[in-house]
Write a protein that binds this ligand. Structure first.
Ligand code: UDP
Length: 238
């Protein structure tokens, strides 16, 4: 079976996923592997939009931002996502995939601004759209940007790529009895105090009835299985 389960998806990649085993920044082999995963699913015919974080370069609440004005630190974090977005788009270009970066903050010499109809047009043209600079607002996260842009473009699902292969009953790194949920409702996730996305992102997806799939970006073939609708990771649904 090679028919995608979705027509249009929003993939959220954390900035940290780009680091590989490095302490910070972008690991070449890691970004190339990520792009290969994306190339594989793009071939299946799914329309793909991506939001990438910036935690591998700068995080507004990190020790490095201590003493800084929070909004200023957050703008730095958003600029970090622009760097990651450019790196990702260029790594795609190198393997023949057309991607367009659109930024929530105007830096027009570097990247085109986010304009919703233009983003929709690119997706219809089967170009991959990378949304940079998060929501464009301090005090938010790229998870919230993923929920927001996912809602705006009418994505059927937000795919949250993490280092863990789903949502567990407890932290699998600390508790060996922790079990993975294959699916769970938004309400169950709240009552069980399970961390799926940050609270703002989670609330937006819940309000918009936009399902979230949490899956591993490290596990080979996981993205493909998710796109094909197979039992991979954890589906959070209404
Ligand atoms: N950020 C922000 N507003 C947004 C998105 C991101 O202020 O809409 C800032 C914030 O400082 C955050 C940083 O950018 O810490 C990097 O984003 P995030 O932590 O979501 O990246 P990830 O954890 O996915 O690498």
């Amino acid at each position: 079976m090679t028919k995608p389960a979705y027509k249009r998806v929003l993939l959220k990649l954390s900035g940290e996923a780009l680091m590989g085993d490095d302490a910070y920044g972008i690991n070449r082999a890691t970004i190339e592997r990520m792009v290969a995963d994306v190339a594989e699913v793009a071939k299946l015919g799914v329309e793909l939009a991506i939001v990438i974080g910036g935690g591998n370069i700068f995080r507004g609440v990190a020790p490095g931002a201590q003493g800084m004005d929070r909004a200023t630190a957050d703008y730095m974090g958003m600029l970090a996502t622009v760097m990651n977005s450019l790196a990702l788009a260029d790594a795609m270009r190198q393997v023949g995939i057309t991607a367009r970066v659109m930024s929530a903050i105007s830096i027009e010499q570097v990247v085109e601004p986010y304009v919703r109809p233009k983003a929709l047009q690119y997706l219809e043209e089967d170009k991959i759209v990378i949304f940079a600079a998060g929501t464009g607002n301090p005090f938010f996260t790229t998870d919230t940007a993923a929920a927001l842009r996912g809602s705006e473009i009418g994505a059927e699902i937000v795919l949250k790529a993490t280092k863990v292969d789903g949502v567990y009953s407890a932290d699998p790194n600390k508790d060996p009895t922790a079990t993975r949920y294959s699916h769970i409702t938004f309400d169950e996730a709240i009552t069980k105090h399970l961390q799926v996305m940050d609270a703002t992102a989670f609330a937006l997806c819940r309000d918009q009835k936009l399902p979230i799939k949490v899956f591993s970006i490290i596990k080979p073939g996981a993205l493909r299985r998710v796109i094909l609708g197979e039992d991979e990771g954890t589906l959070v649904h209404v």
